[in-house]
Unconditional design. Structure first.
Length: 95
């Protein structure tokens, strides 16, 4: 039986600040420009982010490029050890 460990989410990286949302979810929102890999890398390192769980849409458009930048930043970050990519937008087969 798999072991499920629940850890609190303390920081979320997003494209815009929202103090009300931050208070509502109880986590700090760190704003960034997903187009800038170097800035994303710095944010991951400055915030000592070990694991990134992406919820960006992975469509063949600008959103897909943004997740690729997040993947590149996580790979370049000295503190990030794990990345869970988004599957939003991938065609799924009914099985």
């Amino acid at each position: 039986m798999p072991l499920l460990i629940q850890l609190p989410i303390t920081k979320l990286i997003c494209s815009k600040a929202d103090a009300a949302r931050e208070k509502e979810i109880g986590a700090r929102l760190v704003t960034t420009d997903y187009k800038d890999v170097a800035a994303l890398t710095k944010i991951l390192e400055d915030n000592n982010v070990h694991t990134v769980i992406s919820t960006l849409g992975m469509m063949p458009n600008a959103a897909g490029a943004l997740e690729q930048n997040l993947i590149r930043a996580a790979d370049a970050s000295k503190t990030t050890k794990r990345l869970v990519p988004s599957e939003f937008g991938f065609p799924q087969r009914a099985e």
